[in-house]
Design a protein around this ligand. Structure first.
Ligand SMILES: Nc1nc2c(ncn2[C@@H]2O[C@H](COP(=O)(O)OP(=O)(O)OP(=O)(O)O)[C@@H](O)[C@H]2O)c(=O)[nH]1
Length: 341
């Protein structure tokens, strides 16, 4: 069980959660409640850090942000789910392998039986023996029929288990993708960073943090549905620049992250500038009113991984560089060398 609070502790926290929700103007629905409870409990330092950072920066804590925090820290962080998926996947693999072997063995056995029966008949035995042989042949035919049926069932089970395995693979893949934009999610990013860092500890990795400018105004003026469309089109544009070379991630509500292995700061900054220009050129037309919507721009922060830091510190530093691009007037690229100046 995740929470082991006593009745008293839980009701104290519930009172604090209520105050927190009131202060941040959030509805007390289950998702907001769960994230707030987790925050008040202080168990998850990363979640607390994000919320406090937003509160300090007076950035809005709205349903989108809370849903994102929920998905990121509460929903997928369920090791039982992951374990179940792994177990189901390996069970299906074992079943598929077993039914392959069983089908082959059955086939061999039936062939062997057929040829032995033929040999006995060809020996030209006397009547009582022939009767026994005929009886045996009759039973063998019946047995073969039933075995053939079973073999078909095995074949079917085999096909089904292959299909199931395929679906499980898809499910595993889906868990790594953000449903709105199709980009990778933070879980995929974490997995990939772990792989990169463990395979080659000194590997050069650049990160580009991308954030839409004044997106809250856009949402306010045109509504969240159009906001969603804009978000997914910008995401597609962003990922089109790095599809083969890097990992495009939806790291937060209207924030993306591009991870580029084996790239220096200069090349990463050039890529960031290309992405910025590409997004700036996008044109959006409202399908309802046919009116052209205002230009969407992005700010970007670029940094290189330093061996002394962990990936969380690395991404934190990249976020600081992004903030600099915002402070310098938005719709531009900043890189880590500008941080000190
Ligand atoms: N439509 C839509 N909006 C989202 C989504 N995720 C986050 N947002 C919105 O993105 C906005 C981000 O607002 P802010 O963090 O204030 O940033 P901003 O308005 O873009 O301003 P700057 O980043 O400072 O340029 C909030 O209004 C969120 O509700 C989403 O999935 N869909």
């Amino acid at each position: 069980m995740k929470y082991q609070d006593s009745l008293q502790q839980a009701s104290d926290k519930a009172a604090q959660v209520k105050l927190f929700l009131q202060r941040t103007n959030l509805a007390a629905h289950p998702i907001n409640y769960a994230v707030s409870y987790e925050y008040i409990s202080g168990y998850n330092s990363e979640l607390c850090h994000i919320i406090e950072h937003k509160l300090l920066a007076k950035a809005p804590l709205d349903d989108f942000v809370m849903a994102e925090l929920y998905i990121r820290f509460l929903a997928p962080a369920n090791p039982q789910q992951e374990q179940l998926l792994q177990e189901a996947s390996s069970m299906v693999s074992r079943m598929a392998a077993y039914s392959d072997v069983a089908a082959e063995q059955l086939d061999n056995y039936i062939q062997q039986l057929d040829s032995s029966m033929l040999q006995i008949k060809n020996l030209g035995a006397d009547t009582p023996l022939l009767n026994i042989v005929n009886q045996l042949q009759h039973s063998t035919t019946e047995f073969r029929l039933s075995q053939q049926q079973m073999q078909q069932q095995l074949l079917l089970a085999n096909q089904q288990s292959h299909q199931l395995r395929h679906e499980l693979e898809q499910l595993k893949q889906q868990r790594l993708l953000d449903p709105l934009t199709g980009l990778y999610n933070r879980l995929a990013m974490q997995n990939q960073l772990d792989i990169w860092f463990s395979e080659q500890p000194g590997r050069r990795i650049a990160a580009i943090a991308v954030d839409l400018d004044h997106f809250s105004r856009f949402n306010l003026e045109y509504g969240n549905t159009i906001g969603d469309v804009i978000l997914s089109k910008v995401a597609r544009k962003v990922s089109s620049y790095v599809q083969n070379s890097g990992l495009p991630v939806r790291s937060g509500g209207e924030e993306f992250l591009i991870l580029l292995p084996d790239v220096d700061l200069r090349s990463a900054s050039e890529i960031a500038e290309q992405v910025r220009r590409g997004v700036e050129k996008l044109r959006f037309v409202s399908s309802r009113t046919k009116k052209t919507l205002p230009k969407v721009t992005i700010s970007l922060g670029v940094s290189l991984y330093q061996q002394t830091e962990n990936w969380y510190q690395f991404l934190g530093r990249t976020a600081e560089v992004l903030l600099l691009a915002k402070q310098r007037g938005r719709n531009q690229v900043a890189n880590e060398t500008m941080l000190a100046t």
